[in-house]
Design a protein around this ligand. Sequence first.
Ligand code: PHB
Length: 400
Amino acid sequence: MSTAEVTRSTTTVGIVGGGPAGLMLSHLLHRNGIDSVVIDNRTRETIEHTNRAGILEAGSVRLLTETGVSDRIFTDGYRHEGIELRFGGAGHRIDFEHLVGESVWLYPQTDVFIDLADARARDGGNVHFGVSDSSVAGVTSDAPTMSFVDAEGQHHEVTCDYLVGADGSHSICRAEIPREVGVHHFREYPFAWFGIMTEAAMSAPELIYSHSDHGFALISQRTPTLQRMYFQCDPNTDPTAWSDDQVWHELDRRTEVPGFVLAKGPITEKVVLRFRSFVCQPMRYGHLFLAGDAAHTVPPTGAKGLNLALMDVKVLAEVLDRAVNGGQTSALEEYSPRVLERVWKAQHFSYWMTSMLHTLPGEFATFDTARQVGELNMVVQSTNGRRFLAEAYTGWPEKR
Ligand code: PHB
Protein backbone atom coordinates (compact mmCIF):
# COMPACT_ATOMS: atom_id res chain seq x y z
CA MET A 1 0.00 0.00 0.00
CA SER A 2 1.23 3.51 -0.73
CA THR A 3 1.89 5.69 2.24
CA ALA A 4 0.26 9.11 2.31
CA GLU A 5 3.57 10.97 2.31
CA VAL A 6 5.12 11.82 -1.03
CA THR A 7 8.89 11.69 -1.27
CA ARG A 8 9.97 14.65 -3.38
CA SER A 9 13.35 14.78 -5.09
CA THR A 10 15.09 16.32 -8.07
CA THR A 11 17.27 14.93 -10.82
CA THR A 12 18.68 16.14 -14.10
CA VAL A 13 17.15 13.45 -16.32
CA GLY A 14 14.07 11.40 -15.41
CA ILE A 15 13.96 8.23 -17.48
CA VAL A 16 10.73 6.25 -17.88
CA GLY A 17 11.67 2.72 -18.91
CA GLY A 18 14.46 0.51 -17.57
CA GLY A 19 15.02 -1.65 -20.62
CA PRO A 20 18.24 -1.44 -22.66
CA ALA A 21 17.52 2.11 -23.94
CA GLY A 22 16.74 3.62 -20.52
CA LEU A 23 19.56 1.86 -18.69
CA MET A 24 22.14 2.57 -21.39
CA LEU A 25 21.21 6.25 -21.32
CA SER A 26 21.45 6.36 -17.54
CA HIS A 27 24.87 4.67 -17.75
CA LEU A 28 26.19 7.09 -20.39
CA LEU A 29 24.88 10.11 -18.47
CA HIS A 30 26.58 8.85 -15.31
CA ARG A 31 29.87 8.67 -17.17
CA ASN A 32 29.42 12.37 -17.96
CA GLY A 33 28.59 13.21 -14.34
CA ILE A 34 24.87 13.71 -15.08
CA ASP A 35 22.37 12.47 -12.51
CA SER A 36 19.33 10.44 -13.58
CA VAL A 37 16.47 8.41 -12.09
CA VAL A 38 15.12 5.39 -13.98
CA ILE A 39 11.72 3.79 -13.36
CA ASP A 40 10.10 0.70 -14.87
CA ASN A 41 6.81 -0.93 -14.00
CA ARG A 42 8.19 -4.39 -14.74
CA THR A 43 10.34 -6.23 -12.22
CA ARG A 44 13.96 -6.94 -13.03
CA GLU A 45 13.10 -10.67 -13.14
CA THR A 46 10.32 -10.13 -15.69
CA ILE A 47 12.59 -8.18 -18.04
CA GLU A 48 15.40 -10.73 -17.63
CA HIS A 49 13.08 -13.55 -18.63
CA THR A 50 11.35 -11.95 -21.60
CA ASN A 51 13.08 -13.30 -24.70
CA ARG A 52 13.74 -10.70 -27.34
CA ALA A 53 16.09 -10.46 -30.32
CA GLY A 54 19.66 -11.63 -30.35
CA ILE A 55 21.81 -9.75 -32.84
CA LEU A 56 24.07 -6.80 -32.04
CA GLU A 57 25.58 -4.61 -34.73
CA ALA A 58 29.31 -3.94 -34.50
CA GLY A 59 28.59 -0.36 -33.33
CA SER A 60 26.34 -1.60 -30.52
CA VAL A 61 29.07 -3.98 -29.37
CA ARG A 62 31.59 -1.13 -29.34
CA LEU A 63 29.20 1.04 -27.32
CA LEU A 64 28.65 -1.69 -24.71
CA THR A 65 32.26 -2.76 -24.42
CA GLU A 66 34.05 0.60 -24.71
CA THR A 67 31.89 2.25 -22.03
CA GLY A 68 32.49 -0.55 -19.53
CA VAL A 69 29.08 -2.25 -19.62
CA SER A 70 30.07 -5.71 -20.75
CA ASP A 71 33.06 -7.87 -21.53
CA ARG A 72 30.76 -10.87 -21.46
CA ILE A 73 29.87 -10.29 -25.11
CA PHE A 74 33.34 -11.51 -26.07
CA THR A 75 33.22 -14.62 -23.85
CA ASP A 76 29.54 -15.60 -23.97
CA GLY A 77 28.57 -14.12 -27.35
CA TYR A 78 29.30 -15.39 -30.84
CA ARG A 79 30.83 -13.33 -33.60
CA HIS A 80 29.00 -13.90 -36.88
CA GLU A 81 30.77 -12.85 -40.04
CA GLY A 82 27.73 -13.44 -42.21
CA ILE A 83 24.27 -14.87 -42.65
CA GLU A 84 22.76 -17.38 -45.04
CA LEU A 85 19.91 -16.44 -47.35
CA ARG A 86 18.15 -19.64 -48.31
CA PHE A 87 15.71 -19.85 -51.22
CA GLY A 88 14.90 -21.95 -54.27
CA GLY A 89 16.39 -25.04 -52.61
CA ALA A 90 19.88 -23.59 -52.02
CA GLY A 91 21.77 -21.53 -49.46
CA HIS A 92 23.70 -18.35 -50.30
CA ARG A 93 26.14 -16.90 -47.81
CA ILE A 94 26.38 -13.15 -47.36
CA ASP A 95 29.94 -12.66 -46.12
CA PHE A 96 29.81 -9.43 -44.10
CA GLU A 97 33.48 -9.43 -43.19
CA HIS A 98 34.56 -9.81 -46.80
CA LEU A 99 31.97 -7.35 -48.17
CA VAL A 100 32.12 -4.51 -45.64
CA GLY A 101 34.82 -5.47 -43.12
CA GLU A 102 32.29 -5.72 -40.24
CA SER A 103 30.55 -8.48 -38.36
CA VAL A 104 27.66 -8.79 -35.92
CA TRP A 105 27.42 -10.58 -32.58
CA LEU A 106 24.86 -13.07 -31.42
CA TYR A 107 24.25 -11.88 -27.85
CA PRO A 108 20.66 -11.91 -26.56
CA GLN A 109 18.90 -8.74 -25.49
CA THR A 110 18.20 -10.36 -22.10
CA ASP A 111 21.97 -10.54 -21.51
CA VAL A 112 22.42 -6.93 -22.66
CA PHE A 113 19.77 -5.99 -20.08
CA ILE A 114 21.46 -8.00 -17.29
CA ASP A 115 24.84 -6.39 -18.05
CA LEU A 116 23.31 -2.90 -18.03
CA ALA A 117 21.30 -3.47 -14.84
CA ASP A 118 24.47 -4.83 -13.16
CA ALA A 119 26.53 -1.86 -14.38
CA ARG A 120 23.96 0.62 -13.02
CA ALA A 121 23.83 -1.22 -9.68
CA ARG A 122 27.66 -1.31 -9.51
CA ASP A 123 27.87 2.44 -10.14
CA GLY A 124 25.16 3.31 -7.62
CA GLY A 125 22.52 4.15 -10.22
CA ASN A 126 19.06 5.21 -9.06
CA VAL A 127 16.90 2.57 -10.79
CA HIS A 128 13.44 1.53 -9.56
CA PHE A 129 11.99 -1.66 -11.03
CA GLY A 130 8.48 -2.89 -10.27
CA VAL A 131 6.93 0.56 -9.80
CA SER A 132 3.23 1.27 -10.23
CA ASP A 133 1.00 4.27 -10.97
CA SER A 134 3.71 5.99 -13.01
CA SER A 135 2.86 9.25 -14.73
CA VAL A 136 4.63 12.26 -16.19
CA ALA A 137 3.56 15.89 -16.32
CA GLY A 138 4.73 19.31 -17.42
CA VAL A 139 6.77 18.14 -20.40
CA THR A 140 6.68 21.60 -22.02
CA SER A 141 7.79 23.33 -18.82
CA ASP A 142 11.41 23.48 -17.69
CA ALA A 143 10.62 21.38 -14.63
CA PRO A 144 8.71 18.28 -15.79
CA THR A 145 7.84 15.67 -13.19
CA MET A 146 7.80 11.91 -12.97
CA SER A 147 5.55 10.32 -10.32
CA PHE A 148 5.39 6.69 -9.25
CA VAL A 149 4.84 4.32 -6.37
CA ASP A 150 7.94 2.22 -5.72
CA ALA A 151 7.97 -1.53 -5.08
CA GLU A 152 7.76 -0.85 -1.31
CA GLY A 153 4.62 1.27 -1.74
CA GLN A 154 6.30 4.66 -1.27
CA HIS A 155 4.93 7.44 -3.47
CA HIS A 156 7.62 9.54 -5.23
CA GLU A 157 7.55 12.74 -7.23
CA VAL A 158 10.76 13.56 -9.07
CA THR A 159 11.23 17.00 -10.59
CA CYS A 160 13.54 16.82 -13.59
CA ASP A 161 15.29 19.15 -16.03
CA TYR A 162 14.59 16.69 -18.84
CA LEU A 163 12.35 13.66 -19.25
CA VAL A 164 13.09 10.68 -21.47
CA GLY A 165 10.46 8.20 -22.60
CA ALA A 166 12.28 4.91 -23.11
CA ASP A 167 9.13 3.06 -22.12
CA GLY A 168 8.54 0.84 -25.10
CA SER A 169 5.84 0.60 -27.72
CA HIS A 170 3.01 1.32 -25.25
CA SER A 171 4.81 4.46 -24.04
CA ILE A 172 2.99 6.72 -21.56
CA CYS A 173 5.45 9.48 -22.45
CA ARG A 174 4.62 9.43 -26.15
CA ALA A 175 0.98 10.11 -25.22
CA GLU A 176 2.13 13.53 -23.89
CA ILE A 177 3.00 14.66 -27.42
CA PRO A 178 -0.03 16.16 -29.18
CA ARG A 179 -0.79 14.30 -32.39
CA GLU A 180 -0.48 17.45 -34.50
CA VAL A 181 3.13 17.70 -33.27
CA GLY A 182 4.20 14.06 -33.10
CA VAL A 183 3.00 12.45 -36.30
CA HIS A 184 2.52 8.69 -36.13
CA HIS A 185 3.66 6.81 -39.22
CA PHE A 186 2.81 3.13 -39.26
CA ARG A 187 2.26 0.06 -41.35
CA GLU A 188 0.91 -3.34 -40.43
CA TYR A 189 1.72 -6.72 -41.95
CA PRO A 190 -0.70 -9.54 -42.71
CA PHE A 191 1.44 -12.09 -40.85
CA ALA A 192 3.34 -12.65 -37.62
CA TRP A 193 6.18 -14.86 -36.33
CA PHE A 194 5.76 -18.07 -34.42
CA GLY A 195 8.85 -18.16 -32.17
CA ILE A 196 10.24 -21.13 -30.30
CA MET A 197 13.05 -21.81 -27.88
CA THR A 198 14.35 -25.36 -28.11
CA GLU A 199 16.93 -27.39 -26.24
CA ALA A 200 18.78 -28.53 -29.32
CA ALA A 201 22.22 -28.34 -30.89
CA MET A 202 23.08 -25.61 -33.42
CA SER A 203 22.01 -26.54 -36.94
CA ALA A 204 24.41 -24.12 -38.63
CA PRO A 205 27.23 -21.78 -37.58
CA GLU A 206 25.31 -18.64 -38.61
CA LEU A 207 21.70 -17.46 -38.92
CA ILE A 208 19.59 -18.79 -41.79
CA TYR A 209 16.90 -16.53 -43.29
CA SER A 210 14.82 -18.84 -45.44
CA HIS A 211 12.29 -17.98 -48.16
CA SER A 212 10.10 -20.88 -49.26
CA ASP A 213 6.83 -21.73 -50.98
CA HIS A 214 5.50 -22.53 -47.49
CA GLY A 215 6.47 -19.18 -45.98
CA PHE A 216 9.44 -17.64 -44.21
CA ALA A 217 11.57 -19.26 -41.48
CA LEU A 218 14.55 -18.02 -39.45
CA ILE A 219 16.96 -20.35 -37.73
CA SER A 220 18.69 -18.38 -35.01
CA GLN A 221 20.65 -19.46 -31.95
CA ARG A 222 21.40 -18.78 -28.33
CA THR A 223 23.98 -21.24 -26.96
CA PRO A 224 25.39 -24.63 -28.06
CA THR A 225 22.41 -26.29 -26.35
CA LEU A 226 19.61 -23.72 -26.78
CA GLN A 227 18.25 -22.44 -30.09
CA ARG A 228 15.80 -19.75 -31.19
CA MET A 229 13.73 -20.28 -34.35
CA TYR A 230 10.81 -18.53 -35.98
CA PHE A 231 8.41 -19.14 -38.83
CA GLN A 232 5.82 -16.93 -40.47
CA CYS A 233 2.28 -17.53 -39.27
CA ASP A 234 -1.15 -15.94 -39.26
CA PRO A 235 -1.32 -13.13 -36.64
CA ASN A 236 -4.31 -14.84 -35.00
CA THR A 237 -2.44 -18.10 -34.38
CA ASP A 238 -2.78 -19.53 -30.86
CA PRO A 239 0.71 -20.89 -30.06
CA THR A 240 -0.63 -23.30 -27.44
CA ALA A 241 -2.73 -25.02 -30.11
CA TRP A 242 0.39 -26.16 -31.95
CA SER A 243 2.03 -29.49 -31.15
CA ASP A 244 5.81 -29.79 -31.28
CA ASP A 245 5.46 -32.09 -34.31
CA GLN A 246 3.48 -29.45 -36.19
CA VAL A 247 6.13 -26.84 -35.41
CA TRP A 248 8.96 -29.07 -36.61
CA HIS A 249 7.04 -29.98 -39.75
CA GLU A 250 6.72 -26.28 -40.65
CA LEU A 251 10.34 -25.49 -39.87
CA ASP A 252 11.59 -28.55 -41.79
CA ARG A 253 9.68 -27.87 -44.96
CA ARG A 254 10.62 -24.20 -44.97
CA THR A 255 14.36 -24.78 -44.59
CA GLU A 256 14.78 -27.80 -46.82
CA VAL A 257 17.97 -27.95 -48.91
CA PRO A 258 19.96 -31.07 -49.83
CA GLY A 259 22.11 -32.26 -46.95
CA PHE A 260 20.61 -29.96 -44.30
CA VAL A 261 19.27 -31.49 -41.10
CA LEU A 262 17.50 -29.24 -38.63
CA ALA A 263 18.65 -30.16 -35.10
CA LYS A 264 15.64 -30.66 -32.84
CA GLY A 265 14.94 -31.01 -29.12
CA PRO A 266 12.30 -30.25 -26.51
CA ILE A 267 10.49 -26.97 -27.22
CA THR A 268 10.53 -24.82 -24.07
CA GLU A 269 8.70 -21.73 -25.35
CA LYS A 270 6.09 -21.03 -28.03
CA VAL A 271 5.05 -17.44 -28.72
CA VAL A 272 3.38 -15.51 -31.51
CA LEU A 273 4.94 -12.14 -32.21
CA ARG A 274 2.85 -9.65 -34.12
CA PHE A 275 4.82 -6.89 -35.69
CA ARG A 276 4.44 -3.55 -37.36
CA SER A 277 6.50 -0.62 -38.54
CA PHE A 278 6.01 2.56 -36.53
CA VAL A 279 7.68 5.97 -36.16
CA CYS A 280 6.62 8.94 -34.02
CA GLN A 281 8.18 12.01 -35.59
CA PRO A 282 9.71 14.22 -34.20
CA MET A 283 11.13 12.37 -31.20
CA ARG A 284 11.27 15.47 -29.02
CA TYR A 285 8.57 17.68 -27.54
CA GLY A 286 9.67 20.45 -25.18
CA HIS A 287 11.73 18.85 -22.43
CA LEU A 288 10.61 15.34 -23.39
CA PHE A 289 12.68 13.02 -25.58
CA LEU A 290 11.61 9.61 -26.85
CA ALA A 291 14.09 6.78 -27.39
CA GLY A 292 13.91 3.20 -28.63
CA ASP A 293 10.56 1.43 -29.08
CA ALA A 294 8.68 4.37 -27.54
CA ALA A 295 9.55 6.30 -30.69
CA HIS A 296 9.78 3.57 -33.31
CA THR A 297 9.29 -0.12 -33.84
CA VAL A 298 10.47 -2.25 -36.74
CA PRO A 299 9.51 -5.76 -37.82
CA PRO A 300 12.18 -8.14 -36.46
CA THR A 301 13.41 -9.43 -39.82
CA GLY A 302 16.40 -7.09 -39.95
CA ALA A 303 17.30 -7.42 -36.23
CA LYS A 304 17.36 -3.64 -35.92
CA GLY A 305 15.15 -2.85 -32.88
CA LEU A 306 17.68 -3.09 -30.06
CA ASN A 307 20.45 -1.59 -32.19
CA LEU A 308 18.35 1.47 -33.03
CA ALA A 309 17.49 1.95 -29.36
CA LEU A 310 21.17 1.91 -28.38
CA MET A 311 22.09 4.37 -31.14
CA ASP A 312 19.26 6.72 -30.08
CA VAL A 313 20.57 6.97 -26.54
CA LYS A 314 24.17 7.30 -27.66
CA VAL A 315 23.20 10.47 -29.53
CA LEU A 316 20.84 11.61 -26.76
CA ALA A 317 23.57 11.25 -24.11
CA GLU A 318 25.91 13.30 -26.26
CA VAL A 319 23.46 16.20 -26.80
CA LEU A 320 22.38 16.16 -23.14
CA ASP A 321 26.05 16.37 -22.15
CA ARG A 322 26.55 19.41 -24.37
CA ALA A 323 23.38 21.01 -22.96
CA VAL A 324 23.92 20.19 -19.27
CA ASN A 325 27.70 20.39 -18.95
CA GLY A 326 28.44 22.78 -21.81
CA GLY A 327 25.46 25.12 -21.49
CA GLN A 328 24.74 24.53 -25.17
CA THR A 329 20.97 23.91 -25.08
CA SER A 330 20.70 24.29 -28.86
CA ALA A 331 22.44 20.89 -29.10
CA LEU A 332 19.13 19.32 -28.03
CA GLU A 333 17.62 20.35 -31.34
CA GLU A 334 20.00 17.98 -33.12
CA TYR A 335 18.64 14.87 -31.43
CA SER A 336 15.51 14.11 -33.43
CA PRO A 337 16.79 14.87 -36.95
CA ARG A 338 20.08 13.07 -36.30
CA VAL A 339 18.55 9.82 -35.07
CA LEU A 340 15.57 9.84 -37.42
CA GLU A 341 17.81 9.55 -40.46
CA ARG A 342 19.08 6.19 -39.18
CA VAL A 343 15.60 5.19 -37.99
CA TRP A 344 14.18 5.59 -41.48
CA LYS A 345 17.07 3.68 -43.05
CA ALA A 346 16.36 0.86 -40.60
CA GLN A 347 12.64 1.14 -41.31
CA HIS A 348 13.31 0.64 -44.98
CA PHE A 349 15.75 -2.20 -44.41
CA SER A 350 13.39 -4.06 -42.06
CA TYR A 351 10.47 -3.53 -44.45
CA TRP A 352 12.59 -4.68 -47.39
CA MET A 353 13.86 -7.85 -45.69
CA THR A 354 10.32 -8.58 -44.48
CA SER A 355 8.63 -8.09 -47.83
CA MET A 356 11.35 -9.93 -49.74
CA LEU A 357 11.26 -13.04 -47.55
CA HIS A 358 7.65 -13.56 -46.38
CA THR A 359 4.81 -15.09 -48.36
CA LEU A 360 2.37 -12.30 -49.16
CA PRO A 361 -1.27 -13.35 -48.95
CA GLY A 362 -3.74 -12.40 -51.65
CA GLU A 363 -4.66 -13.17 -55.21
CA PHE A 364 -1.15 -12.43 -56.52
CA ALA A 365 0.62 -14.72 -54.04
CA THR A 366 2.16 -17.09 -56.60
CA PHE A 367 3.38 -14.15 -58.69
CA ASP A 368 4.88 -12.51 -55.62
CA THR A 369 6.62 -15.69 -54.44
CA ALA A 370 8.28 -16.16 -57.85
CA ARG A 371 9.10 -12.43 -58.04
CA GLN A 372 10.76 -12.61 -54.61
CA VAL A 373 13.06 -15.34 -55.93
CA GLY A 374 13.97 -12.94 -58.73
CA GLU A 375 14.69 -10.25 -56.15
CA LEU A 376 16.75 -12.61 -53.98
CA ASN A 377 18.77 -13.68 -57.03
CA MET A 378 19.41 -10.01 -57.82
CA VAL A 379 20.83 -9.62 -54.32
CA VAL A 380 22.97 -12.74 -54.06
CA GLN A 381 24.30 -12.76 -57.64
CA SER A 382 25.60 -9.22 -57.41
CA THR A 383 28.46 -8.02 -55.22
CA ASN A 384 26.66 -4.69 -55.00
CA GLY A 385 23.46 -6.43 -53.90
CA ARG A 386 25.23 -8.47 -51.25
CA ARG A 387 27.15 -5.41 -50.09
CA PHE A 388 23.92 -3.38 -49.78
CA LEU A 389 22.51 -6.06 -47.49
CA ALA A 390 25.76 -6.48 -45.53
CA GLU A 391 26.15 -2.73 -44.95
CA ALA A 392 22.60 -2.44 -43.61
CA TYR A 393 22.66 -5.60 -41.51
CA THR A 394 25.95 -4.80 -39.77
CA GLY A 395 24.85 -1.18 -39.23
CA TRP A 396 25.59 2.03 -41.06
CA PRO A 397 28.50 4.10 -39.81
CA GLU A 398 27.51 6.88 -37.45
CA LYS A 399 26.95 10.26 -39.09
CA ARG A 400 28.12 13.29 -37.17
C1 PHB B 1 16.81 -13.75 -32.64
O1 PHB B 1 17.80 -14.48 -32.46
O2 PHB B 1 15.90 -13.69 -31.81
C2 PHB B 1 16.68 -12.98 -33.91
C3 PHB B 1 17.76 -12.95 -34.78
C4 PHB B 1 17.65 -12.24 -35.97
C5 PHB B 1 16.49 -11.57 -36.28
C6 PHB B 1 15.42 -11.58 -35.40
C7 PHB B 1 15.52 -12.29 -34.20
O3 PHB B 1 16.39 -10.91 -37.47
